[in-house]
Design a protein around this ligand. Structure first.
Ligand code: B4P
Length: 191
């Protein structure tokens, strides 16, 4: 049997990764795991593993790669065992080159690498709007600025890496949600 069909979903903070992933789940029944959600769930569980995560996330920094990869490995293994045919979206992963190479070496290669491109102004506007209701420790202007820097320094090289390898599906994320979704489906060859 072949391995899981993985789709990496990359984009700046507030570029709409989670929003588009939800739309893909609704339309195609794909599996969806957000690294951010898995980390927040780990913090909420009160586990030893989750103890240091919250402070790192509130700083707008990346948490330890080993923790993220372990959480995703557990989620991917479970999903693949239960539904081997489903595409698995990994939302917010990889966020640095080492995450990409380690995952592809140790777990499996990604079938798709999807990127949402959005200006810093638009991402900041969306996150400040989400901050009104999200209650998240990282949805505030100081942390948003730091998250944007983390994206430019750590994650932009991931995009260059996959672009150079001819594996990147790049979608503009500055439009209404349905237009972005239509372009995403086209880019992935799903419609
Ligand atoms: P995430 O949880 O991934 O947070 P995000 O980047 O804000 O999410 P997203 O882009 O999905 O935004 P959304 O759709 O909600 O990461 C949080 C933190 O976790 C990181 O800073 C880091 O510390 C840690 N972390 C996560 N993954 C990690 C990893 N792999 N390694 C290490 N650390 C990691 O959209 C945002 C808002 O915009 C919403 O309110 C939405 O309604 C709105 N919106 C979406 N699309 C829109 C559109 N087209 N027009 C207008 N508004 C739109």
């Amino acid at each position: 049997m072949s391995g899981p069909k993985i789709c990496f979903v990359i984009g700046g903070p507030g570029s709409g990764k989670g929003t588009q992933c939800e739309m893909l789940v609704q339309k195609f029944g794909v599996a969806h795991f957000s690294s951010g959600d898995l980390l927040r769930a780990e913090v909420a569980s009160g586990s030893e593993r989750g103890q240091n995560l919250s402070a790192t996330m509130a700083e707008g920094k990346l948490v330890s790669m080993d923790v993220v990869i372990q959480l995703l490995r557990e989620a991917v293994d479970k999903s693949f065992a239960e539904h081997p045919d489903k595409i698995i979206l990994l939302d917010g992963f990889p966020r640095e080159i080492e995450q990409a190479t380690k995952f592809e070496e140790k777990i499996c290669a990604a079938t798709y690498v999807l990127s949402f491109e959005c200006s810093q102004e638009e991402m900041t506007k969306r996150l400040l709007s989400r901050a009104l209701t999200s209650g998240r420790v990282d949805d505030n202007i100081e942390t948003i600025k730091k998250r944007l820097v983390t994206f430019e320094t750590a994650t932009a090289p991931v995009l260059e890496h996959y672009k150079a390898a001819g594996r990147l599906v790049n979608v503009s994320a500055e439009a209404d949600k349905q237009t972005i979704f239509d372009n995403t489906c086209k880019g992935l060859g799903l419609c």
